[in-house]
Ligand binder design. Sequence first.
Ligand code: NBP
Length: 474
Amino acid sequence: ASARIAVTGLAVMGSNLARNLARHGYRVAVHNRSHARTKALISEHGHEGDFVPAETLEELVGSLQTPRQIIIMVKAGGPTDAVIDELVPLLEPGDMVIDGGNAHYADTRRREAALKEVGLLFVGAGISGGEEGALNGPSIMPGGPKESYEHLGPVLEDIAAKVDGVPCCVHVGPDGAGHFVKMVHNGIEYADMQLIAEAYDLLHRVGGMTPADVAEVFRGWNSGDLESYLVEITAEVLGHVDAETGAALVDVIADEAEQKGTGRWTVQEALELGVPVTGIAEAVFARSLSGRAGQRQAVREAFGPAEVAGGADESLVEDVRQALYASKVVAYAQGFDQMRAASAEYGWDLDLGAMATIWRGGCIIRARFLDRIREAYDKAPELPSLLVDDYFRDAVRSAEAAWRRVVVKAVTAGVPAPGFVSALAYYDGLRSERLPASLIQGLRDFFGAHTYRRTDREGSFHTLWSGDRSQVDA
Ligand code: NBP
């Protein structure tokens, strides 16, 4: 009985995480519902470290040091509950169950509360970086009781990605905080990818550039402010030629984006919290729109395909770069706002600078940019918006003219750019001295007596719209 930690669920993520642990010198007990996967892991990778294979969960639990630490890496939802239900009777107070899957944070809150009742520590840990990250160093976002981190933290920090020697792992906060932060990470990833796709589309359709040309542009961008994993792999994908047809692969791939749900969750939660995450929402809806093949065809047939007015000038590439950067600042600002709002709602006390720190490496949105976000929140933890930090304010200010030119160009050319357009509207919305929300309040008061506040004195008021139209205190 001496394995340091266990992993159950040995599909691609679980096996790679177990290998990562073993390569860091941990004795890892491994288990999977169907034993064949466990055997395959041992036969293919057993030589990489010290694995203790178990055929049953009893055996797995029996092979561990106490207090036990068991990482669950199975399909999120019902399968995770099934494993927890089977595991709990086998454990003792003080043992720890870690869910490394993509759980919904509300499920994690529920599970944490239930396990606490029986004296177990439950850690919902967001893990980002896909299979490659799981093996070579992911970004890890563990939530759960603070005391869980004393034992678990050093192990997770060991196997996490490192940037400048700093691990991309920190105790995020209580109960569902880790999975919430992972969810917002994925939401931002949706927005980031949508903006990148719009930038490509504009350069391609308005600027007349080939995918290979645009690949070169992205390669260049990756050595500046936009340096990031997503920009780097955009150059790879755009530069790739399909072996069968000799065409650019991007022209061969069906243009219907799929989704597994974390972007949708982010938007649903933002709606509940009342936080405008327009960039993420547009990205989720743009994927949905792309998938409505029948509707797209019907509208295309009814109106004819959009006539794209070209007219690239030399400044288009630089303008698009600036529009991409400014829109990206907005998308991140919105995601960080959402984390702040959830933190207040659930009492998580999230350290937003630390969230930027652990996203600098290992995860899909890793980027140079995140260092700037960390600095911004380190300087001013209560920053009302990332946009008002000196660095981002200057960056957005200097990009503003180009950003507007790009939005105008997209709209006039008939190339959809919902990410760029809505990011600009968000920025203009926040900056406006007066918003037409006053008219909305007037209308609400007219048809529903919903009352309004005045700019010049305290109180709630109602106008007697169907009477003499005098104003009364509400
Ligand atoms: P999958 O999400 O494809 O799940 C397969 C695993 O779940 C297998 O080990 C399977 O066992 C097990 N499982 C199922 Br399905 N139902 C079960 C049940 N009722 N009881 C016990 N085990 C059950 O694996 P994955 O792609 O490795 O992802 C694992 C987790 O990590 C997921 O929550 C995923 O969302 C998350 N995640 C994935 C990525 C990624 O890039 N793939 C990234 C980040 C997070 P079996 O072999 O016996 O069928």
